[in-house]
Design a protein around this ligand. Structure first.
Ligand code: SIN
Length: 490
């Protein structure tokens, strides 16, 4: 499957770090156990990192707590300036950061460069928010008293991020946290820690003070590190992106110390094509939405509902597009789609396809494991709601087409899931656009578009897809408390 691809050399090899980052020190902290990070396209080892555990997490939390004493007292302008420097450093090193990202995650180099731009945008956005954490003045009902509210940083934040966006899921949280005046301990995805460490190196270079950002790489002690972050009373907030099951566990662990939590969890997005839609727009959008990151994003369409009168046209045009895909190593210029992250990812995709086919779905293209961590980009037709793909996200390159007849029927099918992250639909009827957008049970809705994420807009879900909003004017509030001050004796 993978031709002999040469891994590009980093212009600045010192961005490739093989230690943890605690209190501005690159350290192994005497940890002798190391874990391997694997290139998912070749299954070859990229390198090894110290496998940190509870003790090292405690030390990182202490460093973050010490740093909070001074970082929380800096002005919004000082934090703005540093975040902006970090933003520029990311763009100045975009190619190296993208190389590290493609190597450990597998997405194409073009996509990885796009992720670095996206990731950096959160530092620019939150730099600008750092100076706008306004309070309020509340008109007093008592003559001798005045009421105001101010916003204050919550404290040390535990940040737990996934492998599917090794840079952007970190910056979306860290940008907001640092802008608010919080300090952070990050546990990056075990599969993709090198991107996180490269970001930390840039943080150090631009002058983010010691202890403000700390990174704990871990593989075999993921559960211990997560538990320490959630139960340690010094940590005041947990921000997690990942599966709903893990989110529930972290939330229950965090309840003992009543931490604030942000949970960006799994989705099961519906993508609805009504017969009054512009079909070319809808086909282009499903290609972007479904196959972004080889189908491994929480907001990827999982269930594609197409109205019966346009079903065949949509399916034929989609298959034509998918025929032009080329799977391969992310560094190969011809590759349009990279591998899945690991064999577990492949197994899940395989089992979803097999389940659908055993219940009567038709494979229009693809459908097979393509060796290693690769799976053929697939289009399935005649899907039904008793199939596994209706129930949970596939997290892989499978476009599953469900026929439907009426608006009422499809809204009910789309909402028939415990998840509510994103949904999409295509229609040119303005009345329907409002009606359906309001009825879909999700934190985000794309109308006539399949790509909705940006630093400017709120990202987050409802139902079992989570709590809180990231990015946008709302993102910083998740890292702040509102304090009410009542001043009497006036
Ligand atoms: C995710 O998959 O969790 C994030 C996707 C995005 O930011 O668009």
């Amino acid at each position: 499957m993978v031709s002999n691809v040469t891994i590009p050399k980093l212009r600045d090899p010192t961005l490739f770090k093989e230690s943890a980052f605690i209190n501005n020190e690159w350290t192994d902290k005497g940890v002798t156990e190391r874990f391997s990070v694997i290139d998912p396209a070749t299954d070859k080892e990229i390198g090894q990192l110290p496998d940190m555990g509870t003790q090292e997490t405690k030390e990182a939390i202490q460093a973050a707590s010490d740093a909070f004493k001074t970082w929380s007292k800096t002005s919004g302008k000082e934090r703005h300036d540093l975040l902006l420097k970090w933003y520029r450093a990311m763009l100045d090193n975009q190619e190296d950061l993208a190389t590290i990202l493609t190597w450990e995650n597998g997405k194409t180099y073009t996509e990885a460069k796009g992720e670095i731009t996206y990731a950096a945008s959160f530092y620019e956005w939150f730099a600008e928010e750092a100076v706008r954490t306004y309070g309020t003045v509340i008109p007093s009902h008592l003559p001798g008293q005045r009421f105001v509210t101010i916003k204050q940083p919550v404290g040390v934040v535990g940040i737990i991020t996934p492998w599917n966006f090794p840079a952007a899921m970190i910056t979306r949280k860290v940008g907001a946290a640092l802008a608010a005046g919080c300090t952070v301990v990050i546990k990056p995805g075990a599969e993709t820690p090198y991107s996180a460490l490269a970001l930390a190196e840039l943080a150090k270079r631009v002058g983010i003070p010691a202890g403000v950002v700390n990174i704990i790489p871990t593989h075999n002690h993921v559960a211990d590190v997560g538990k320490e972050l959630c139960t340690n009373p010094i940590v005041k907030k947990i921000s997690f992106t990942g599966s709903t099951n893990v989110g529930k566990l972290l939330m229950s662990q965090s309840s003992g110390t009543m931490k604030k939590v942000s949970m960006e969890l799994g989705g099961n997005a519906a993508f609805i094509v009504f017969d009054d839609a512009n079909i070319s727009t809808a086909v282009d959008a499903i290609v972007a939405c479904k196959f972004r990151g080889t189908g491994q994003t929480c907001v990827c369409a999982n269930r594609i509902f197409v109205q019966k009168s346009v079903y065949k046209e949509f399916a034929d045009r989609l298959v034509e597009k998918v025929k032009s895909f080329k799977i391969g190593h992310g560094f190969d210029e011809d590759t349009t789609h990279g591998p899945l992250i690991n064999s577990k990812g492949v197994d899940k995709v395989k089992s979803h396809v097999e389940d659908a086919v055993s219940k009567g779905a038709e494979v229009l293209i693809g459908g097979k494991h393509a060796g290693g961590n690769f799976f053929e980009p697939t289009v399935l037709s005649n899907m039904r709601s008793d199939m596994q793909i209706q129930i949970e996200e596939t997290f892989g390159p499978v476009a599953a087409l469900f026929p439907f007849e009426t608006e009422e029927e499809v809204v009910s099918l789309a909402n028939d899931t415990p998840f509510g992250l994103a949904n999409y639909f295509f229609s040119r009827d303005v009345g329907r656009c409002w009606r359906v957008a309001e009825q879909l049970e999700s934190g985000m809705v794309g109308v006539n578009t399949g790509i909705i994420s940006s630093c400017y807009t709120p990202f987050g879900g409802v139902k079992e897809s989570g709590l809180g909003r990231e990015g946008s004017q709302f993102g910083i509030d998740d890292y702040m408390h509102i304090k009410y001050i009542n001043m009497a004796g006036i």
